[in-house]
Design a protein around this ligand. Sequence first.
Ligand code: Q46
Ligand code: ZN
Ligand code: ZN
Length: 330
Amino acid sequence: MSGSKCRVCKEPAIIDLPRHNANFCAEHLLQLCRRQVEKAIKDHDMLAPDDRVLVAVSGGKDSLAVWDILVDLGYHADGLYVGLGIGEYSDTSYEHTQAFAAERGLSLQVIDLRAEYGYDVPTAAKVTRRVPCSACGLSKRHLFDRAALDGGYDVVVTGHNLDDEAAVLFGNTLRWDVEYLSRQYPVLPARHGFPKKVKPLMRLTEREMAAWCIVRGIDYQVEECPMAIGNKHLAYKDALNAIERQSPGSKASFYLEFVDKMAPILADRSQAATGDLHRCAICGSPTTGDECAFCRLRERVGGHDPVPVELVLHGKARRAYLAGRQGAEG
Ligand code: Q46
Ligand code: ZN
Ligand code: ZN
């Protein structure tokens, strides 16, 4: 960044953002991030000023940044962390989350899957013989929904950023998965006993969020979840980044124009897609069956001995994980 100047104040810049065709100093990078979040909130009616907000935090840059930004903008936002039992990754992600909340005096609720429900993500993956992200996503969704409703929160916030949403959109589009496309919107209204869910970072990239954390002194978990290595989501991100390098701004227009132009066309479909819901016989959550998917998972995998992370990884992901552990030990 040597020699380049901030677009706003002409002081030395710390970051170049080709999609804005400009460079920014630390102060004006923060201003840009705040404004993009405010615009997302306003355009999509995400939050009201006195809403009680529950932020789903993982210890990574995005969830800590969105929590920080919302508090900075004056929202009453508490955090919820779910301990997934994914080896050292979960241990360190918890430490980052806990330290962030403690340093700022923020309220953090912690749920540990193994301590409270008798299983963890690797064990669930092994027993169900499905990819770890399936049991993980299901468990997180259920626990965030429950915690929001039980705690009287108005809305659940997640840290999904522009790169995440564009990659999901890319995957859904490659398959023309109209069902998923119809649900890909940065706001899910409260309905049928589920809380409202919003994604205020929809207009900001991973790189901008990493820069926000660095400027704000947020010590986040840099390592990706070992279960994510080699998955399609990362491949889609790489593909979009290659396009973005050739043509800055295409990632943002791909996703944001979808939200503006295509999502309204698909909205009717998404409403029609919700089947008959009633209460889970065990936990009372809304479900289409007798028991919800979370309770069925818990009955099936709860109480099994813990399975080590490397036993549910294969190929490239397993090699990368074991190499990383050797590096950490040596
Ligand atoms: S779903 Fe999958 Fe993530 Fe869970 S198992 Fe890891 S990569 S943490 S957002
Ligand atoms: Zn500046
Ligand atoms: Zn249930």
